[in-house]
Design a protein around this ligand. Sequence first.
Ligand code: ITT
Length: 216
Amino acid sequence: MFFTLFIILSFMEIVLATRNNRKVREISRIFRGYDVRFLSLDAFPGCPDVEEDGKTFRQNALKKAVSIARFTGCTAIADDSGLEVMALGRAPGVFSARYAGKGADDRKNLMKLLREMRGLEGEDREARFVCCIAIAFPDGSYKTFTGYAKGEIAKKPKGFNGFGYDPVFCPAGYDLTFAQMTASEKDRLSHRGKALKKLYIYLKNQFFIHGRNDLL
Ligand code: ITT
């Protein structure tokens, strides 16, 4: 009984400020085995949708995390992420989720990207994924962590795993797209995995969370 109570109390509870279930799955998977219990926004009915009107991933991630921490009274983390193609002036960037228009799905965004890149070869196909993770505390303080994954855009979609632009993104040094990799291979190389590793180191130093996970 005391042991169970100790386990319950020793978990740090964090609200995941995202409506993207695939992100929730990736973040929970990367933190599996640690003293962190993630709560979804579904646990907080009436939670407002936060408009992503920032010019940078950091501004959007901070806005989401701070708004949700304020609404819920809990520590919140948010992820703002996307793809930057250098030859397209870093597009789609912060517009990655709505590149083909408001409400566009992953397939439409990805097909638009391939259309825009038609005729581009070699270095012009270089791209990177960016992920900014913001953590906001109920007292109004916050911190951000950014991770990058460099690679190039394939000429056609390959693979069925992951989400978003994964079927056309080949990380540097690999002939496979993220969508052709296993979840743990992607986590090891991904922008989200790298940003979360920085968050984990911060939480470990500040709040003494710990655990076992080969990815971190
Ligand atoms: P929330 O704002 O609710 O978290 P969202 O899907 O709107 O969910 P973003 O505004 O951060 O999230 O947009 C991220 C988009 O960038 C996402 O929809 C994908 O198109 C793309 N993206 C981000 N991370 C990715 C990844 O690991 N693999 C493939 N595409 C990714």
